[in-house]
Design a protein around this ligand. Structure first.
Ligand code: 26Q
Length: 817
């Protein structure tokens, strides 16, 4: 079937409710209706999925395997029906059944198999690849528990497990026949084959069965459906063994525990490395399964494994899947008997690596003993890669020890995964212009000098299908009414909106839509936070993971500062503001959690102070995630992108805000630089140190925040209020660590390492400009529309076309039904 009529869909929903739950539609719960609708939609998808695969087989396409520990997909139903262009039929059918599509969508658990930017980027890329008609398989892990659900209790973050599979996932398909075995531990024995060639055999290992579940990735209106393949771990079925003595029994239980633990939970660290053994197990588990499958699939149709790079690309999403380099070498050497040089040639033509961070605490390093014990054969191969690479460096740089120190893959008892990824790949890319320049000139300078041809930039992007068409239907329809619907697949067409930016009627229409979206968010806030916010106030929004470098602390300190000004002068004439925060802190990140508590404590005081007449409000949105993000972007006036310059590789939230007509208040960091390039400096509020200035201070060992502290009464006052009980009457020590981190060097960490005090006055000034600008509605509407109009560059469709052109070299397919 190609599409449903309303009657057919109705019948299908009724059938599914009956078959699954033994109920009629009127008796079914909303959750059950969701399941029935989802299964009905899946039936449509299946046809296109099969046909896409048939075309791929027939045309023997080159495929990119996008290897990522994270895919932050968000809900599927709404986007699937939009991309199938069947949303109108579904909406009307449900209405006739007395249901609202929106409410049914709300019943879907939000699949959160990712932390933040990196995971969401992977999801946008898959959607764009399908929409553009390129073959991809996303390869990841089917975590039983995804990103934790955040509850705020008494201002503190609490973590609740995210049991997203509890009711089953209607869109997934288990692929038993594609299962493979992944081997952990044991030892490696060397023998010789009949030709006297050395053979390496891993023995006495613990096997785990990797079983894939495929999820459909539906392209927009083109019948292309790619797959996200997430691997689950199962124990080998020991009960089928003939000999079941005591030894086997213990082994069976051990292996069951190993299998159970691997896919149990997503590590909730964002931009922070933690060297946990289980994390390495996860990495090797999904990499080995994915690479084995890719090679098997290739060999079904081809004779010569040495031609693999003609049909297969492994794109490594950060260093998390870096073991790909060694795993592919292992398969080529041990299973296909290639020589080292042949195997290395294939590997380095097949692997490509994307770097997402310059934060040194995010660099992955594994202790040799842990690594070698878990992956004995892989370790041997990494050692040999390193040995040969070090020979090359010694030769080229005449034993320059500095070079060895910086470039070695194995150094100081550790394996450096970034170095492994760089040496094993033919492409190394950063995720925004500035970021790539910093990689080339600072962080990866030595590698850039050795192999400049590997380095390239791919500025990130986002999919407009989810973040405008689905998330902001009012604005999407308005845009279409002005310039037609080409923007849905060609975002550069947004440029045509520019001519409307100066038209007073269009300005009014645009601001009306923004207002309605703010009402929608205000209702959500009323319901979830029990706080009344005024949709006429400026919605000033910072939503992203909580991290010191992202400087939520700077934002809340500005709120504390404004509050102080208002207390001094309650009649002060300011435009009412609603400061909206949303952020999860990694469960073990103490200081980040203290900042969440500080935001909530400030909110508690400010929101309940009658003397300031509700002029400022602070809202902390609990459990920020993809599903509520869509609504938040739609309602934002100001987009806070205030990271310490040089620290945010790109950012993608900044692009989502821009697309929805919010104006950026930010530093010259990451993709902010390119946003300003597109929209013009006059249509953004830029402040703070430049990345060059930050890097210069860092090379000099930092700056002295006490000089600022001593001279600036405003700063001193708000900082004192962090520790004098003003916001924490019960416990004066709550925010002492945060306070002290801004003033004192501590344990190798520089005072105010993220330059909050240094940038504070500049930020306050920029905020005053925001306020002035908002008082001029024509200016604001014009600037906001110009932001939408100039967002074209930031479609992930553009990003993907660049990956295809420069790195992947894929052919487009067309799928006809
Ligand atoms: C590493 C080791 C052990 C456990 C966890 C991790 C880990 C997990 C996630 C390390 C880093 C991450 C995530 C990084 C991330 O999201 N980076 C962001 O990537 C975005 C997409 O390119 C950029 O826009 C952001 O600037 C960047 O911060």
């Amino acid at each position: 079937m190609q599409a449903y009529s309303k009657d057919e869909l109705k019948r299908s929903i009724e059938d599914y409710v009956k078959v699954l739950y033994r109920k009629g539609v009127s008796e079914a719960s909303k959750k059950q209706i969701f399941q029935a609708v989802a299964y009905s939609v899946k039936d449509l998808i299946i046809e296109q999925w099969m046909e896409t695969h048939r075309v791929y087989e027939e045309e023997d396409v080159k495929t990119v395997y996008y290897l990522s520990m994270e895919f932050l997909m968000g809900r599927a139903l709404g986007n699937n029906i939009i991309n199938l262009k069947t949303n109108k039929v579904v909406e009307e059918t449900l209405r006739e059944l007395g249901l609202k599509l929106e409410d049914v969508e709300e019943e879907e658990p939000d699949p959160a198999l990712g932390n933040g930017g990196l995971g969401r980027l992977a999801a946008c890329f898959l959607e764009s690849l399908s929409t553009l008609g390129y073959p991809v398989i996303g390869c990841g892990i089917r975590y039983k528990y995804g990103m934790f659900e955040q509850k705020i209790e008494n201002g503190y973050q609490m973590e609740v497990p995210d049991d997203w599979l509890r009711d089953g996932n209607p869109f997934e398909m288990k692929q038993e026949e594609a299962a493979v075995i992944v081997k952990f531990g044991g030892y490696v024995r060397m023998t010789k084959d009949e030709n006297g060639r050395e053979k390496y055999i891993q023995e006495n290992y613990s096997p785990v069965r990797a079983v894939p579940y495929d999820l459909p990735i539906v392209g927009y209106s083109n019948h292309v459906v790619n797959s996200l393949r997430i691997w689950d771990a199962e124990a080998i079925d020991h009960f089928n063994l003939d000999s079941f003595d005591k030894g086997d029994y213990l082994k069976a239980v051990e292996q069951q525990n190993l299998a159970r633990s691997i896919c149990e939970v997503l590590y909730p660290n964002d931009n922070h490395y933690a060297g946990k053994e289980l994390r390495l197990k996860q990495q090797y588990f999904f990499v080995s399964a994915s690479v084995q499958r890719a090679v098997l699939k290739y060999m079904e149709k081809h004779e010569d494994i040495r031609q693999l790079p003609e049909k297969v690309i492994f794109q490594l999403n950060d260093t998390h899947p870096s073991v790909t380099v060694a795993e592919l070498m292992r398969i080529l050497l041990d299973d296909y008997d290639l020589s080292w040089d042949e195997a290395w040639e294939v590997t380095t033509k097949t692997c490509a690596y994307t770097n997402h961070t310059i934060m040194s605490e995010a660099l992955e390093k594994w202790p040799i003993d842990l690594f070698a014990k878990l992956l004995p054969r892989i370790y041997q191969i990494v050692e040999e890669i390193n040995r040969r690479f070090m020979n090359l460096i010694h030769e080229k740089y005449h034993c320059n020890f500095k070079k060895v120190e910086k470039m070695a893959i194995i150094y100081n008892g550790q394996i450096r995964m970034a170095n492994l990824a760089i040496v094993g790949s033919f492409s190394v890319n950063g995720v925004a212009k500035l970021h790539t320049e910093i990689l080339k000139n600072q962080q990866l300078k030595d590698f850039y000098e050795l192999t400049p041809e590997k380095f390239n930039n791919k500025t990130n992007g986002i999919t407009q299908r989810r973040f405008l068409l689905h998330g902001n239907p009012l604005l999407a329809n308005w845009v279409t009414s002005k310039i037609g619907s080409e923007w849905i697949t060609h975002l550069e067409h947004m440029k045509k909106l520019e001519t409307y930016a100066l038209d007073p009627i269009c300005q009014k229409e645009f601001m009306d839509i923004k207002y309605q979206n703010k009402v929608r968010l205000a209702e959500y806030i009323k319901q979830h936070n029990k706080i009344e916010v005024d949709p006429n106030s400026i919605f000033d929004v910072q939503v992203k993971r909580l991290h010191e470098y992202k400087r939520q602390l700077l934002n809340i300190m500005h709120v504390m500062y404004l509050y102080e000004e208002l207390k001094k002068n309650p009649r002060m004439d300011i435009v009412p503001r609603t400061f909206i925060f949303g952020a999860k802190a990694s469960a073990g990140y103490r200081r980040a959690k203290a900042i969440i508590k500080l935001i909530n404590s400030v909110g508690e005081v400010v929101n309940n102070d009658k003397t300031i007449g509700g002029k400022i409000k602070v809202v902390f949105i609990e459990n920020y995630r993809v599903s509520n993000a869509e609504m938040i972007f739609a309602a934002a006036d100001v987009s806070e992108q205030i990271s310490t310059a040089s620290k945010e590789a790109s950012g993608t939230g900044n692009m989502k805000f821009m697309l929805n007509g919010a104006i950026t208040l930010g530093t010259m960091d990451g993709a902010n630089v390119e946003i300003v390039e597109e929209v013009g400096l006059e249509n953004a509020f830029i402040f703070g140190l430049s990345s060059d200035e930050v890097i210069k201070y860092e090379l000099e060992g930092g700056y002295n925040p006490k000089d600022i502290y001593n001279q600036d009464l405003g700063i001193r006052t708000i900082m004192t209020h962090m520790i004098d009980g003003y916001y924490a009457p019960v416990n004066l020590d709550l925010f002492r660590e945060v306070h002290n981190s801004l003033l004192d060097n501590f344990g190798g960490e520089r005072a105010d390492q993220f330059f909050i005090l240094k940038d504070f006055r500049s930020y306050v000034e920029a905020q005053q400009k925001v306020e002035m600008a908002y008082r001029n509605p024509e200016w604001w509407a014009k600037a906001a529309i110009l932001n939408v109009a100039n967002s074209g560059k930031f479609s992930s469709d553009r990003t993907i076309e660049e990956y295809v052109e420069d790195i992947w070299k894929l052919e487009k397919v067309t799928v006809e039904l």
